[in-house]
Write a protein that binds this ligand. Structure first.
Ligand code: ADP
Ligand code: ASP
Ligand code: MG
Length: 408
């Protein structure tokens, strides 16, 4: 007998038939004698509709109330999943995040898990139940409902797996595992058998939404090995775990594309100490997430600074930058939307050279212009025109031979 935590995402519970499908799958594990904890997301599209609804009521909904609202999506699914299991004669109990003992900080809409006391989960398991827990939610120490950021049901599952010391953690989704690129973008992408936490974390942070980045960070910290697999078949999925020596033999594990990026260039910035600090302090104080930053070589005492950010933050950033440009005596600024960030990721880059050259060659052959470049130990990112995103991803993917399945 094992203790298994399974998570089913929005598409997997997207309609009554799919909820029954999940119940059937869970029932199989239960009948084999395992203790099963099931984490479910809201039905696909529900969280988006709730956000839209809130914005129709008021342009700036209070974040506390937003969490109260969004948590209802998952609350619907836990009850329906429990009912579907009852329909199969399987004892099951649904629990909200708070009831499952998930305590977070008080940062509404992107709360961090502070601790989990899964006493009720254990009690219900020991009484023979399947325990269904609402993903994406918890409560702060004042008892207010919080949510864990988009895609946060992944985090619920991984954190619960750590807290209950699960033997197995399975993330069921609508694809067969983690692929060398988003299979919807690159049809010949291949399934990765094993991937290290660091690679998964980079891919997730750089646009591969198959896993929430924060959940991977958590898994790495608490050494939770997990499998990403399909809720629609029994194919083996992708194992995400600590790196092993042979993983370095693969130089590039995958390619990610992040859309919805924008860039701002401030021209004629005085080349003096403290100027960059002024600009980026103001942006940080407004909680704007700045990504790549490039400063040109100074010419005649002034320079240009360019940085990227999420397109949704562009309006806010423009308003902030305008007075700063005047204050620091810069010439002016321009903003550009419609760019994407393409990244190649692999821990093999630590020990193998030539990746940048190959990436740039592939992009040049596809006639894709590179706007900005940034690198870290295990990734190279470039920003490109959004309209060329798919073509560029496909070209780079094939240039690194990722269309040919590799042994683990
Ligand atoms: P869930 O609702 O199950 O959490 P998501 O929609 O959040 O599922 O994530 C699954 C989706 O992630 C897939 O349908 C796929 O289009 C997308 N995706 C992006 N990059 C990758 C990748 N490298 N491998 C697999 N899927 C990916
Ligand atoms: N329902 C939430 C979302 O759509 C959480 C999740 O699905 O993981 O972001
Ligand atoms: Mg998801």
């Amino acid at each position: 007998m094992s203790l298994i935590v399974q998570k089913y995402g929005g598409t997997s519970v997207g309609n009554p038939e799919r909820i029954r499908n999940v119940a059937n799958r869970v029932a199989r594990w239960h009948k084999e004698g395992h203790h099963v904890v099931v984490v479910v997301s809201a039905m696909s599209g529900v969280t988006d509709s709730l956000i839209k609804l809130a914005k129709e009521v008021t342009t700036e909904p209070a974040e506390r109330e937003m969490d109260m609202l969004l948590a209802t999506g998952e609350q619907t699914t836990i009850a329906l999943t429990a009912m579907a299991l009852h329909g199969l004669g399987i004892p099951a109990v649904s629990l909200t995040g708070a009831q499952a003992g998930i305590v977070t900080d008080g940062v509404h809409t992107k709360a961090k898990i502070a601790n989990i006391t899964p006493k009720k989960v254990h009690d219900h398991l020991n009484a023979g139940n399947v325990v269904i827990v609402a993903g994406f939610q918890g409560q702060d120490d004042q008892g207010a409902i919080t949510t864990l950021g988009r895609g946060g049901s992944d985090l619920t599952a991984i954190a619960l797996a750590a807290a209950v010391k699960a033997d197995v953690c399975q993330i069921y989704t609508d694809v067969d595992g983690v692929y060398t690129a988003d299979p919807r973008l690159v049809p010949n992408a291949t399934k990765i058998q094993e991937i290290s936490y660091d690679e998964m974390l980079e891919m997730a942070s750089l646009g591969a939404k198959v896993m929430q980045a924060r959940s991977v960070e958590f898994a790495k910290k608490f050494k939770v090995v997990f499998e990403v697999r399909s809720s629609f078949n029994d194919n083996p999925g992708t194992i995400v775990k600590q790196e092993t020596k042979n993983m370095e033999n693969v130089v590039v594990r995958g390619v990610s594309l992040e859309k919805n990026q924008a860039k701002i260039t401030i021209a004629g910035v005085p080349d003096q100490p403290g100027i960059a600090a002024q600009i980026f302090t103001a942006l940080a104080e407004a909680s704007l997430n700045i990504d790549m930053i490039v400063q040109n070589v100074s010419a005649q005492g002034s320079t240009d600074i360019t940085f990227t950010l999420n397109k949704d933050d562009l309006g806010k950033a423009r308003k902030l930058i305008e007075p700063i440009v005047a204050k620091i005596g810069a010439k002016g600024f321009t903003a550009l939307e419609g760019i994407s960030k393409l990244s190649v990721v692999g821990i093999g880059m630590r020990s193998h050279g030539g990746v940048a050259a190959k990436l740039f060659r592939a992009l040049s052959e596809a006639k894709v212009n590179i706007l900005m470049i940034s690198t870290s130990e295990i990734k190279i990112s470039v920003t490109i025109d959004e309209a060329l995103g798919q073509k560029a991803t496909q070209t780079v993917h094939d240039a690194f031979g990722l269309n040919i399945a590799k042994p683990a």
